[in-house]
Design a protein around this ligand. Structure first.
Ligand code: PAF
Length: 289
């Protein structure tokens, strides 16, 4: 296992990758905000399969947090993160300070109207502009051939792929499967906010998606009863404050309010205690269960 090299500046990052780039090696990239778990490890492992040298970044991006969100409390576990990255096959970790990413005077941001205004974007205004801005910057800093993102953040991955296409960025975007705990809860850095009691209740979000998928597979094609079924499942946990449960086109995120079809997106977000949880599935496909 090669040792993990930690770099903190863009200059050091470019220098660390100089030889690999010059010798034509393929660079893979997994951007993260730290507090890493097995889902992140699986992204790094995937990156090792599609590139020669894997770079990861840990940067808790202030631009993607709203004023009332958890930026100040976002979990930070650098030592454990480095061990996980090294074990998964990451070779270079970019660990910048906020001032390295957003030097004084920084003011250019990425806007992607429409797609970024629905689902999570509706309840987190400015969030996706923050995500896209930092991802564009990180892609320019690392200049990878391939970048890997998790499907749990379906909308984020879709927006990033659109930005890459719209800006002709020379990077291949790979979207990798969601990793789940044994009871189905999607792995997330924010799961550690859950109390023991909330942790037991949390898989209801996944159960709602699965119930809708099962009804779809049994022949239900109308959006309204499917949504009612999912909402009823979530309502079994009174402490869940549902943000949204929606059926949408997986390509353009337009709403499905009449009939649904195979591959349509079920997307859900809810607050449970201090954790905002999201999940999703594609009806009638292997991405649903
Ligand atoms: O998914 C995340 O962890 C973040 O949104 C990302 C892509 C690293 C940008 O800060």
């Amino acid at each position: 296992m090669a040792a993990l090299r930690v770099v903190r500046s863009v200059t050091a990052l470019r220098r660390a990758l100089e030889d690999e780039r010059l010798s034509g090696q393929r660079i893979g990239f997994v951007p993260t905000m730290g507090a890493l778990h097995a889902g992140h490890a699986s992204l790094v492992q995937h990156a090792t399969q599609v590139s020669d040298v894997v770079v990861s970044s840990i940067f808790v991006n202030p631009l993607q947090f709203g004023p009332k969100e958890d930026l100040a409390h976002y979990p930070r576990t650098p030592e454990a993160d480095m061990a996980l990255l090294e074990a998964a096959g990451c070779r270079v970790l970019f660990l910048p300070e906020v001032s390295e990413v957003y030097p004084q005077g920084f003011c250019t941001t990425v806007q992607l109207p429409g797609l970024s205004e629905v689902l999570c974007g509706r309840s987190r205004p400015g969030h996706f502009s923050g995500v896209l801005t930092v991802v564009l910057k990180l892609l320019n800093m690392v200049q990878p051939d391939v970048a890997c993102f998790g499907r749990k953040d379906f909308q984020q991955a879709l927006l990033i792929a659109r930005m890459v296409r719209d800006f002709n960025l020379p990077v291949q975007v790979e979207v990798c499967p969601t990793l789940r705990e044994a009871d189905g809860l999607a792995m997330s850095s924010r799961n550690r906010y859950l109390s023991a009691e909330e942790r037991v209740a949390a898989p209801a979000l996944r159960a709602a998606v699965l119930a809708m998928d099962a009804a779809f597979r049994a022949g239900e094609r109308a959006a309204a009863p499917l949504l009612a079924l999912g909402r009823a499942r979530i309502a079994t946990v009174p402490r869940f404050a549902l943000d949204y449960l929606e059926l949408r086109d997986p390509q353009d995120l337009s709403e499905r309010d009449g009939a649904v079809k195979q591959g349509d997106l079920v997307a859900v977000a809810a607050q449970l205690g201090s954790a905002r949880l999201i999940d999703n599935g594609l009806l009638g496909t292997e991405e649903a269960p």
